[in-house]
Each structure stands twice: as C-alpha cells, then as structure tokens.
Design a binder for this molecule. Structure first.
Ligand SMILES: O=P(O)(O)O[C@H]1O[C@H](CO)[C@@H](O)[C@H]1O
Ligand SMILES: O=c1cc[nH]c(=O)[nH]1
Length: 243
C-alpha cells in the first residue's frame, strides 16, 4: 500500500510514532535509541524508521516544518497505517525569563495563529490539548529520572520569522513556555482522527534574549528529552486505563 506521501507496506509502522520536525533527526533517533531498525519511508526524503525500544515496536518519522506538513503525515499515519500514539519531539524558542536554552517543555496545550483547528471545528475555538495519560506518564518518567521539565502551553506559529515581535511579550505574559510550529496541528489532527498525542520540546533558542543552539545540536542533541519520552511511553504501555 501507499499514500500520496508515504510509500510503505501495511503494518510498516508501529502503533506509536515519534515525530521530530527534521527527518535527519528521525534517522539519528532511530540509529541511537532503537534496535533492529528498518527504513520504511523515503518519499520526499521524509525519512521514517521502525525498530524496537526495549523490545517494543516503535517508529520515528520526520514531520517537516509547520502544521501543514505535519498534518499530512499525521493524518496518513493514523488513517492508513493505524497509528494510535504520536509524540512530537521537537525544538522550541523560549520567551519567558524562567525558561532557558536546553530546558525541556512538555506541551499540555498549544495556542496557535494557524487557522487549521478552526477549519476543522466549524469556525469555533478548539482547545488543542495533549493526551492526559501520555502527559502524566512522561512527566512521571522525568521525575523518576531526576530530569526537570516544565509543563504548560506552547504556541504553534505559522511564521518562524514573525513580523509581530510584540506578540512574544503577549505570549510571555500568558505563560507560554515555548514557541514552535506543529503542536497545535498535531493535537487537532489526532482529535479529529482518533489518536493520542503529546509534544515534548527542548528549548533551542531564547527569542527575547537572542540565544541559540547551533544546527548540529538541534539535529543530534536532545538526549534527555528522548530519554524521558521513551520511558514515558513504556509507562504508558503498562497503564491500560486509557484503552
Ligand atoms: O526542531 P523541530 O522539531 O523541527 O521544531 C521546530 O524547529 C523548526 C523551525 O526551525 C520548526 O519545525 C519548529 O517547530
Ligand atoms: O519554531 C521555533 C523553533 C525553535 N525556535 C524558535 O524560535 N521557533
């Protein structure tokens, strides 16, 4: 079987897919954290891999940058490949003084300037939220590992290069922990098509302080984020109360 954007046989993906924006980060995650890895998608170089983590089948695939790109892949993974859990593992920019570069942020919800959730929700505001159990298990995993995380709102922006810098101050006042470009779309598409979702981000920039990690660190760094996300998924597997 194939979709317009994924050329992989039925069953090629596990029921859980990790989604970094960058397909090369997907490859790095697969090669670093998974065993028995097979490349299952190469269409448009949006690399997808399936392997195992501690004996459990797990996939990782790039989403591309921005809600439109992520929405295509997430929708096809859910409706054509039966994916049930999608966890975005990304980078974000901070705006608050109490959020620093390298901090890990768990996106309990995501604000957005994108129109996608209004488009799917008859023009009304849709509260784009993560799956509660996945959130709790990831936060518990972080706590057990001694890795501090901040839990709260993200802002998923359509424009990386925003013309409206004053908006960053508004986000800061409203407690937004990180600015990125996909979470609100992921939560919307998963709500629409019936999958569970979470976003975990490492802070790669401080937008208002002008600090930034280099591109190589964005591609291959973020070990703590991966460790807590993978352990959170194991905890989520053990807890069947959400089934
Ligand atoms: O590092 P990723 O996961 O791509 O996430 C962030 O980085 C990209 C912008 O540089 C956007 O996709 C944004 O959401
Ligand atoms: O979308 C993003 C991602 C990282 N840093 C930002 O400032 N924005």
């Amino acid at each position: 079987m194939s979709t317009p954007h994924i050329d992989a046989p039925a069953g090629a993906f596990a029921d859980t897919v990790l989604m970094p924006g960058d397909p090369l980060r997907a490859q790095f995650i697969a090669e670093t954290f998974l065993e028995d890895v097979e490349c299952v998608n190469r269409v448009r170089n949006m690399l997808g891999f399936t392997g195992t983590y501690r004996g459990r089948r797990l996939s990782v695939m790039g989403s591309g940058m921005g809600i439109p790109s992520l929405s295509i892949y997430a929708k096809e993974l859910i409706t054509d490949y039966g994916v049930k859990r999608l966890v975005r593992v990304g980078s974000c920019g901070a705006v608050r003084d109490d959020v620093a570069v390298n901090d890990i942020v768990v996106g309990m919800g995501a604000c957005t300037d994108s129109g996608v959730n209004r488009a799917r929700f008859k023009g009304h505001d849709f509260a784009a939220i993560a799956d509660y159990a996945l959130t709790r298990h990831t936060v518990d995993a972080a706590s057990a590992r001694g890795t501090p995380v901040k839990v709260g709102n993200l802002f998923s922006a359509d424009l990386f290069y925003s013309p409206d810098e004053a908006m960053f101050e508004v986000m800061k006042r409203h407690g937004v922990l990180g600015v990125e470009m996909e979470a609100a779309g992921l939560y919307g598409v998963c709500a629409e098509f019936g999958a569970r979702a979470l976003t975990v981000c490492t802070v790669s920039d401080h937008i208002l302080k002008g600090e930034a990690l280099d591109a190589q660190t964005r591609q291959t760094g973020f070990h703590d984020m991966m460790a807590i996300t993978l352990e959170g998924l194991l905890r989520d597997d053990e807890d069947t109360s959400h089934d």
